[in-house]
Design a protein around this ligand. Structure first.
Ligand code: EPZ
Length: 413
């Protein structure tokens, strides 16, 4: 999808089942390279990042077939230690192959990963932690040449980095004794990875807390259902809130969206919860107060742009503070082109509600920024054209079709 055309002004309403989580399926796919076995992964989202990761794994020698939303992965044959650079540079999570290949082969050679440009996204936490566990790492022409399985030991993270936590969990599968990760990330996707690895025979305790312990154990294939995507759910809730709609989401875990639900309720949305279901009824919105992003369970950085878009017409002013990434307001110019009143300074963005938004021709900048731009276009009173809409394909499955299912007037080419 290169360009998406949206005629706004229509409330989004209906019922939608939430897709499998992008940020859960990517580390779990990487984990299949660490363990010789046969894996059946259900509820996989049809997104480009998963397709690129599948190609990376097939290039390494894994055999993957697909059946509906299931991926069947067979990693029992010999595998390479060098992922295809042209693929690896397309997404950040290719860095997770480092931990998986070190566990499996005791060596890995990867190029520096790609993904959304959200400011500096180095790998120093990953590399420092691996070197702390005895892995030898040489940097050569933009590539990382790594040798040696990790030793048993304790790593203290300077920041609860999601990717670093996942990478070290995978590397620890091949360690010669227990590995402890102190200051680990607590995101639900970390827990889902631990559930999958435990099903493969791993001995992991503490996932979802700041202290995770991984003990070596014989490993084998497993079946696993991918966690629902809390960020896709947040995006749909914001689209309904922005357009005054009534939306029911099924197959999600409301508890994993606490911080987002709190902000939307403070803004005036009526949200009812059942076990795996949420219904939002959006009325006139008002500023909910400050929104500060942070590591889970704080307000998630991936929901910052969609929630900002939902509040563009809320009465009053909302102050956003982005503490996770250094450049995650890149969607603001597109929202302002539609009439939003937003001022940014460093890690702060102040949104003053306006009575109406108008269509514009704009370009998307990154995955969640693109979602925010679509949400603003849905709330605008006429037609918008959004270029570089391919960012959406990275993390949202069948996005235009699902928007139309909720009553949006949208087409893509
Ligand atoms: C994961 O990225 C997610 N991606 C991101 O989602 C999410 O925004 C992020 O976690 C935070 O929750 C996937 O899971 C595939 P981090 P990750 O390591 O692992 C700095 C989306 O839209 N840092 O927790 O890359 C880093 O620059 C994407 O779905 C270092 O400085 O995030 C950032 O400022 C976007 N050195 C902060 O830590 C390192 O070695 C948090 O990054 C690693 C990270």
């Amino acid at each position: 999808m290169d360009t998406i055309y949206i005629t706004g002004g229509r409330p989004l309403s209906g019922t939608l089942a939430v897709q499998g989580s992008k940020n859960a399926v990517l580390p779990i796919l990487a984990a299949t390279a660490a363990i010789p076995g046969r894996f059946v992964l259900s509820n996989c989202p049809a997104i480009r990042d998963a397709a690129v990761t599948r190609s990376l794994l097939e290039h390494l020698g894994l055999r993957i077939t697909e059946a509906d939303t299931c991926l069947i992965v067979d990693s029992r044959g010999p595998i390479r230690a060098v992922p295809e650079a042209a693929l690896a540079c397309q997404l950040r999570s290719s860095a997770l192959l480092l931990g998986a290949l070190l566990a499996r082969l005791g060596e890995a050679e990867i190029s520096l990963p790609g993904g959304c440009v959200l400011g500096q996204r180095p790998l120093d936490y990953h590399l420092d932690a691996l070197e702390r566990l005895g892995v030898k790492i040489r940097r050569e022409n933009g590539r990382l040449l790594c040798k040696g399985r990790p030793r048993s030991g304790t790593v203290i993270f300077p920041y609860p980095s999601v990717g670093t936590t996942e990478n070290l969990m995978l590397a620890a599968l091949g360690a010669n004794g227990p590995v402890r990760l102190i200051g680990a990330a607590r995101e639900p996707e970390i827990r889902d990875l631990a559930v999958f690895l435990t099903a493969c025979g791993a001995k992991i305790t503490g996932a979802g807390t700041p202290c995770i312990r991984i003990e070596p154990a014989p490993l084998h294939g497993a079946a696993h259902r991918i966690l629902p995507d809390r960020m896709e759910a947040a995006t749909w809730l914001c689209a309904a809130a922005a357009t005054g709609g009534t939306l029911t989401l099924t197959d999600l875990i409301p508890d994993q969206l606490r911080a987002v639900l709190q902000v939307l309720r403070l803004a005036g949305c009526e949200i009812t919860e059942a076990d795996a279901e949420l219904t939002v009824r959006a009325g006139p919105l008002h500023a909910p107060g400050a929104v500060v992003t942070g590591p889970y369970p704080a307000f998630p950085t991936d929901a910052q742009a969609p929630v900002m878009a939902a509040l563009l017409r809320a009465s009053g002013s909302t102050l956003f503070r982005e503490t996770v990434f250094s450049d995650r307001f890149r969607h603001v110019p597109a929202l302002c082109a539609m009439g939003a009143q937003i001022e940014t300074a460093g890690d702060l963005a102040s949104v003053r509600g306006v009575p109406a938004l108008h269509g514009a021709e704009v370009s998307a900048t990154d995955l969640r920024g693109a979602a925010a731009t679509v949400i603003a276009a849905l709330a605008a009173e006429d037609e918008s054209i959004i270029h570089d809409a391919r960012h959406l394909d990275r993390g949202y499955s069948y996005f235009p079709e699902r928007l139309r299912q909720l009553g949006a007037e949208v087409h893509a080419e």
